[in-house]
Design a protein around this ligand. Structure first.
Ligand SMILES: [Mg+2]
Length: 255
């Protein structure tokens, strides 16, 4: 359900819509697609795709989806393609990047270590990605999920080279130290260092971006929870209102 945007946020969007160079970045799950028990069950909100393509078609405007999903998975699930840019694996998979796979053996070894923990936990499962692994416990009971993630952390003590990031009922294990903030910074530099960034996200991993936005940028946290973002909306449905207002203003389409 859509609620009116907070007044302060609406005013910021109207101001930023006139930015000479604009980079709009948004998380996917929990931001453009309501969270589902399993990632493959999530569905992009109706209207989101149309608005993002319209924004991406405007002059001096780039649009990027910045997701924890593997980039191939993000592409096939969301259906987005150029000119909407896709960044996967929490920033480790950038558009046009060729992946190094020399960590595959290490990931296989860690996966073999964690598989029994997930198998012994109802509702938990292990996902293999090109540059990492994700332990999912969203469908496990709170107690089972906590126990499983603690066991996983203990099992990982012998693999200090893996980067561990907590998300919403997931534990992300990555070979790369790149995070979403690094990826957004790369996109900003490509477009021009004076580019204004608008970032929307709901998850813990989006906080790396919110924490590094500059004066003149705009961070919007989606949903409840602590955040470094200056603005917040209640749900994914309000994200559509943000995109719509931005498009209307930047395209000169009025309201
Ligand atoms: Mg999310």
């Amino acid at each position: 359900m859509t609620t009116p945007l907070p007044e302060g946020l609406g005013q910021r969007l109207l101001a930023l819509a006139a930015a000479p160079q604009l980079l709009l970045c948004t998380d996917y799950d929990g931001t453009l697609a309501p969270l589902a028990p399993r990632p493959e069950q999530a569905r992009l909100l109706p209207g989101a795709s149309d608005l993002l393509y319209r924004l991406a078609a405007l002059a001096d405007t780039r649009v990027a989806i910045v997701s924890g999903r593997a980039r191939d998975n993000l592409r096939s699930h969301s259906g987005f393609e150029d000119p909407v840019l896709l960044v996967g694996s929490h920033g480790a998979e950038l558009p046009g990047q060729v992946l190094r796979s020399d960590g595959a053996a290490q990931l296989d070894a860690v996966a073999a270590l964690l598989a029994p923990i997930c198998a012994a936990t109802p509702g938990a499962w292990l996902e293999r990605k090109p540059l990492g692994l994700t332990v999912h416990v969203r469908q496990a009971s709170a107690a089972d999920g906590l126990r499983a993630l603690n066991e996983v952390r203990r099992a990982l003590l012998g693999h200090p080279a893996l980067n561990v990031t907590e998300g919403k009922a997931v534990l992300e294990l990555s070979l790369s130290r790149v995070n979403k903030a690094d990826a957004v910074q790369r996109l900003r530099e490509e477009q021009g260092n004076g580019t204004t960034v608008i970032y929307l996200g709901d998850d813990v991993t989006d906080e790396t971006v919110f924490a590094t936005l500059r004066d003149g940028d705009l961070g919007i946290k989606v949903g409840a929870g602590p955040t470094r973002a200056a603005h917040r909306v209640a749900s994914e449905h309000d994200v559509l209102a943000v995109l719509r207002l931005l498009w209307q203003q930047r395209s000169g389409g009025g309201s």
